[in-house]
Write a protein that binds this ligand. Structure first.
Ligand SMILES: Cc1cc2nc3c(=O)[nH]c(=O)nc-3n(C[C@H](O)[C@H](O)[C@H](O)COP(=O)(O)OP(=O)(O)OC[C@H]3O[C@@H](n4cnc5c(N)ncnc54)[C@H](O)[C@@H]3O)c2cc1C
Length: 494
């Protein structure tokens, strides 16, 4: 019977785990130990909409402190500078994976030549607007349809405040050694001379994976046959005086990888994810600076792509970077972290805090498939990006293994953007849904055998939908306007 839990690590993973467990199982005694010497990773700023759903729906937390302390901006999706089109959006609503009622084919079939305003959010991305107005001109504000951009340090500061409010204990110590007995941790020893024991250990120690990887020696499954990148050079720049805050992440093709742009309220962060097989750190930094002359001091982060075979072993559950890592092309780390924490909390609730081997096996199967699904989705991004002909991109097109995405890609090549693919090739709880796969394949113009040539009536009806989305977006709000609204004393949280 689990009654006390020790969380090793006070980054976003450790605190999200502590908060989730304490909120759902308040009787548990939960302590976070984090190392002031090691600190937190300091990167990881884009979320997906499931972040809001986790905090404001699953955990039913009040939103005010989140906005006051974490200081997020909104993200309606990703604007890709990728493939042969100049740009295409992957918004968080449904642009491609649906059909307008008065048109005979799915939306994706109308996007071959041009992609324009196929959904309210993609029209918002094109016009840098978030949240529309209702018929009375009032903002249609929601907490879980958009994702956020949040500086990692601000997020962790919010999470720590919340964890303490909920009754989680936080201790600053470095764990230098773990005692084990088979697949069980029996004690942790800190540099301060303390010996700590718990019924369950959450390993949230980041890339070090101190308990799962190091102490228990769980094997690591490498993803490099699909994902070649292993470094990122990161640098901020100030926002120019009249520069509008983009309500989206930009993902831009680079010579040896890709570069993100994330807009915070007062500054912009850029980061170039590249492969050391194709470029040195110095040359990657030089390309990054050439294309982003305004960035200040840069730093390089190394990473290893893959996941541990099991993330729950004995009395250790690893979450966040200590359970695995894939590059942030779809900003999936915080998304997966929320899934890990929810699945663990639900598992403890249903097992009345006495989880048995079947539950643990199910957890591992489920989380393993979540990781692999992300790898397979990212594979499509690499395999079909025809924008550049550098050695990196040639290798990406020729060598990237699609793994579990093989079938859906083959189906698309034969049938085009048919929605049937969802019924056949995607599991019910696929994290990206048919919308994600179509956004990428339609967006990159992956060739297929069933192009559709719309008649004049169809074109007119489609244009009416696009006009409506465009008008809606044009009257929407900028990020700065919504931030000002939330900080106005008259604002009432719904
Ligand atoms: C280049 C890059 C870009 C990224 N971008 C995104 C993104 O856009 N979106 C996204 O969701 N994710 C992104 N990520 C992933 C991001 O790192 C995670 O989302 C998350 O913030 C990581 O948190 P963590 O808590 O697992 O690790 P960390 O922040 O590293 O925290 C680890 C904690 O463990 C503690 N610790 C470690 N060892 C010990 C010890 N021996 N004793 C005591 N304490 C210890 C540390 O002090 C720290 O508190 C990115 C990652 C990289 C590398």
């Amino acid at each position: 019977m689990i009654s006390n839990i020790l969380v090793l690590g006070g980054g976003s993973a450790g605190f999200v785990a502590a908060i989730t467990l304490k909120r759902k199982l308040p009787h548990l005694d939960i302590r976070v130990i984090r190392s002031p010497e090691i600190g937190i990773i300091g990167v990881g700023e884009g979320t997906t909409p499931n972040f809001g759903r986790h905090f404001f729906e699953y955990l039913a937390l009040p939103p005010k402190d989140f906005f006051d302390i974490a200081r997020p901006t909104w993200k309606a999706g990703i604007r890709f500078l990728w493939g042969e089109r100049e740009t295409f959006p992957y918004a968080f609503d449904t642009a491609y994976g649906t059909r307008f009622a008065d048109l005979p084919r799915n939306n994706g079939f109308y996007c071959h030549d041009e992609i324009r305003d196929m959904s309210p959010m993609s029209a918002g991305i094109a016009r840098k607007r978030v949240f529309s107005r209702d018929s009375n001109g009032r903002i249609v504000f929601t907490l879980s349809e958009y994702a956020f951009h949040i500086e990692n340090v601000n997020l962790v500061s919010y999470l720590e405040t919340l964890a303490r409010q909920l009754g989680v204990t936080v201790t600053d110590h470095t764990v230098e050694r773990a005692d084990t007995n088979g697949e069980t941790i029996t004690a942790l020893h800190t540099t301060g001379g303390e010996t700590v024991t718990a019924d369950l250990y959450i390993d949230a120690s980041g890339f070090g994976s101190c308990l799962l990887g190091r102490a228990l020696g769980e094997p690591f499954i490498d993803f490099t046959d699909t994902l070649f990148c292993d470094r990122a050079v990161i640098g901020p720049r100030d926002r120019l005086p009249d520069e509008i805050i983009n309500p989206y992440t930009m993902a831009e093709t680079m010579d040896h990888g890709w570069c993100w742009q994330i807009d915070h309220e007062h500054h912009i962060n850029r980061g170039y994810v590249y492969s050391s097989r194709f470029v040195s750190d110095e040359d990657a930094e030089a390309e990054f600076r050439r294309k982003n002359p305004l960035v200040g001091k840069t730093r390089i982060v190394n990473f290893r792509t893959g996941r541990y075979r099991r993330s729950w072993v004995g009395n250790v559950v690893a979450v966040g970077n200590s359970s695995g890592f894939v590059e942030p092309l779809e900003a999936t780390a915080l998304m997966l972290l929320c899934t890990e924490c929810q699945t663990l909390a639900d598992g403890l609730i249903d097992s009345v805090c006495a989880p048995g081997p079947e539950l643990i096996a199910l957890y591992n199967r489920f989380m393993g498939s979540r990781w692999d699904e992300i790898r397979d989705f990212l594979a499509i991004h690499y395999r079909f990006n025809t924008r550049l002909d550098t050695p990196f991109w040639q290798a990406a097109r020729n060598e990237t293994r699609l793994h579990g995405a093989e079938e859906i890609v083959a189906f698309y090549r034969e049938n085009g953007p048919s929605l049937l693919a969802e019924r056949i090739h995607l599991s019910e709880n696929n994290q990206f849904g048919i919308e994600g796969y179509l956004a990428l394949m339609v967006g990159m113009r992956v060739p297929h055998l069933k192009p559709h040539t719309p008649g004049p009536g169809e074109i007119q009806r489609l244009a009416a939908h696009q006009r409506r989305n465009a008008q809606n977006a044009e009257s929407g709000y900028t990020v700065a306007e919504v931030l000002a609204m939330l900080r106005d004393p008259r604002w009432r949280w719904v």
